[in-house]
Design a binder for this molecule. Structure first.
Ligand code: PGA
Length: 249
């Protein structure tokens, strides 16, 4: 049995004091949810405040990005070792906003995953199709390419796959539970080809306009093991309700 994995991606939101305030309210709310892995990804500058707040809570400190070199002349970049040093256990890699605005390719994603794993950092690897690709019937081709290139030479442990259809991110257009289940089942099938029985170790989480209103039906899908939440993770009340999802509703 895989433990559900629910992650907050705050994107470029929340200063250190916002982070402190959010976590002061959020941590007591979710104390009774040890059966769910909860991850929070603040921006880099708020990681120290979050790290301090999250000590002994079991909540997983996560970064939103990482660079693939250990150190050196890479102005403005942050290495996996630096993130581990500050208390991060995971990093998000290959978010569609990074692929779109910062030209991250499958090769860069693969290098970032390998460098993170080497430093002992778990990874949340984002994959997903655009609206054009979906309408052209290419969803599975995109997922196959992003999985195979991104995960080339990567071991399964501490690897979470986030299926995030680009057309659902920040748009309020969530994938239906059927669309999510179809994509997740496809991803699980590809992972079986790549990893055999070890494919069952991967958490495959859904992202794209997850809210308190749709989380229960998404989490009721057989192959949906969790959620990556953007907008609805910025408010304590809505993210708490998402963490407290109820299956079968
Ligand atoms: P959203 O973002 O929940 O605001 O759609 C999800 C994500 O980009 O990870």
């Amino acid at each position: 049995m895989r433990k559900p994995f629910i992650a907050a991606n705050w994107k470029m939101n929340k200063t250190q004091s916002d982070t402190w305030e959010f976590l002061s309210k959020f941590i007591p709310e979710v104390k009774d949810r040890p059966d769910v892995d909860i991850a929070v990804a603040p921006p880099f500058t708020s990681l120290p405040a979050a790290a301090e707040k999250l000590v002994n809570t079991g909540i997983i400190l996560t970064s939103q990005n990482v660079f693939y070199e250990e150190k050196g002349a890479y102005t403005g970049e942050i290495s996996p070792l630096m993130l581990v040093d500050i208390g991060c256990k995971y990093t998000i890699i290959g978010h569609s906003e990074r692929r779109q605005y910062f030209d991250e390719t499958d090769d860069i994603v693969n290098r970032k995953i390998k460098a993170s794993k080497k430093a002992g950092l778990g990874v949340i690897v984002c994959i997903g199709e655009s609206l054009d690709e979906r309408e052209a019937g290419k969803t599975f081709n995109v997922l196959q390419r992003e999985l195979e290139k991104g995960l080339d030479g990567v071991t399964p442990h501490d690897t979470v796959i986030a299926y995030e259809p680009i057309w659902a991110i920040g748009t309020g257009k969530t994938a239906t539970p059927e669309q999510a289940q179809d994509a997740h089942a496809y991803i699980r099938g590809r992972l079986r080809i790549l990893y055999g029985n070890k494919a069952d170790e991967f958490c495959i989480i859904y992202g794209g306009s997850v809210t308190p209103d749709n989380v229960d039906s998404l989490m009721s899908c057989e192959d949906v093991d969790g959620a990556l939440v953007g907008g609805a993770s910025l408010k304590v009340e809505s993210f708490t309700r998402i963490v407290k999802f109820r299956k079968g509703q």
